[in-house]
Design a protein around this ligand. Structure first.
Ligand code: HAM
Length: 417
């Protein structure tokens, strides 16, 4: 867990608001779920996933309730849906911190942030296309060019179950040829063996049965429509029949956005899929659902690597230097801020020299100086903190003058040329 300091923290806020812009334009509304849920909400994600069995921050609270800090939000959204029963389709987005007790490394933390969305109540493959396209569009807005989209389908629940059994039989027959860790995974969830990155497992994984051979007609048709929709929107993707994703609730379409610059263990910038059946498992009516979550920490690392969506320090329009007691600075900063400008000041009645030092360090565009002569004549001295000569203006004109300095009007530019 770590602190996000300025100016990085400002970049995080812009990231979240850029995401909100993209998905609100498609009719998604924000849901703010609690950080803690009854642990049962998350165990529905699947007893075979590490997220549930090894990584949860769960404890018994003073009211003797077994609760957990959220490791993800899809289960919370489905719980919220089952509880409030909003009208369908329900299209919501969220952002905030998740908690997983993982082994920390670059791009993997115990508290990390996600932005994500979920759409409940629609079975149409065109919704899968919309959801994937929104993730894709968001990466484009950030300026990321090396993100790869990987898609797969896990088939209908019965297809998936038949496939899992076929995998179990296949990997069991391999005996000791499979690594010890993968044999342990096989006991819990044969699908996850396909995720094995171990060298010795690679040949076995490559020759394993393929999910596509187990699709029902409906599942094959659904997936074909999803890929046709992506083609129609010009979204490039790769079908990876070995993509299984780390959570157990997925059915049919699944997808992952992978970064081009991060280590392969941490290159998933985001992912999602369909989870028809999860709402039911949480006590609601049978309701299809699909969504994704994007890791904020990892996506910003990818932005660093690709040199886009940089952190921008706040630029102040003015730093007020008041050598007549401090009250004028209070009035001027208030006037400037009310006028839509950004302004800071010095405190503690420091010397002119000390205040000018602070003004320079603040990175402000201009220092606004009030001394005795300015106070007497109801003026201030504007001293550009970059190139340019200082000048005196009436207090009543200060907001206009600084606004003009921030956004020079084209006519004024011509006049000075
Ligand atoms: P997930 O794949 O577990 O899916 O997480 C989504 C993204 O969160 C990952 O691709 C990664 O960028 C980020 N992430 C996960 N764990 C960490 C970590 N320890 N440190 C940093 N970043 C991390 C879900 O959470 C599903 N709820 C997505 C979903 C929504 N599926 C359907 N709807």
């Amino acid at each position: 867990m770590r602190d996000i300091l300025p100016p990085e923290s400002g970049r995080w806020r812009r990231f979240t608001s850029a995401f909100a812009d993209v998905v609100e334009a498609a009719g998604y509304e924000q849901l703010v779920p609690p950080l803690l849920e009854d642990v049962g909400v998350f165990t529905r994600i699947g007893e075979a996933t590490d997220v549930v069995t090894k990584e949860m921050y769960d404890f018994v609270d003073s009211g003797n309730r077994h609760v957990a800090l959220r490791p993800e939000l899809t289960a919370s959204v489905c719980r919220s849906f089952a509880q409030h029963r909003p009208t369908l389709p329900w299209k919501v987005f969220y952002s905030g911190s998740m908690f997983r007790y993982e082994r920390p490394q670059r791009g993997r933390y115990r508290q990390f942030d996600q932005v994500g969305l979920e759409a409940l109540g629609v079975d149409d493959p065109m919704l899968d296309v919309e959801v994937i396209a929104l993730g894709w569009e968001f990466y484009r807005r950030l300026g990321l060019q090396q993100v790869r989209l990987i898609v797969n389908s896990l088939g209908e629940p019965t297809d998936r179950a038949r496939y899992v059994e076929a995998l179990r039989t296949y990997f069991e027959a391999a005996g000791d040829a499979l690594s010890e860790q993968s044999r342990a995974t096989l006991e819990k969830n044969p699908l996850r063996v396909l995720d094995s990155k171990r060298e010795g497992d690679q040949a076995l994984v490559a020759a394993a049965p393929q999910i596509a051979d187990y699709y029902s007609v409906e599942a094959a048709e659904h997936f074909a429509q999803v890929t046709a929709g992506l083609d129609a929107l010009g979204i490039a993707y790769v079908i990876d029949p070995k993509l299984v994703r780390g959570l157990d609730y997925y059915r049919r379409t699944i997808f992952e956005f992978q970064g081009g610059t991060l280590d392969s263990a941490q290159n998933a910038l985001g992912g999602g899929g369909r989870y028809d059946g999860l709402v039911e498992a949480l006590g609601g009516p049978s309701t299809p659902g699909i969504g994704f979550a994007l890791g904020v920490d990892r996506t910003l690392l990818a932005c660093d690597d690709e040199g886009c969506f940089a952190a921008e320090p706040v630029v102040l329009d003015a730093f007020v230097v008041d050598v007549v007691g401090g009250l004028e600075a209070a009035k001027i900063t208030a006037e400037l801020r009310a006028g839509g400008l950004t302004a800071d000041r010095a405190f503690d009645q420091r010397s002119m020299k000390a205040q000018m030092k602070l003004a320079n360090r603040s990175g402000a565009q201009s220092a606004i100086i009030v001394g005795d002569s300015e106070l007497d004549s109801d003026t201030v001295t504007v001293k550009p903190l970059g190139p340019g000569e200082q000048f005196v203006v009436a207090r009543t004109e200060l907001v206009d003058v600084l606004t003009e300095r921030r956004n020079p009007s084209p006519n004024r530019k011509l006049e000075t040329q």
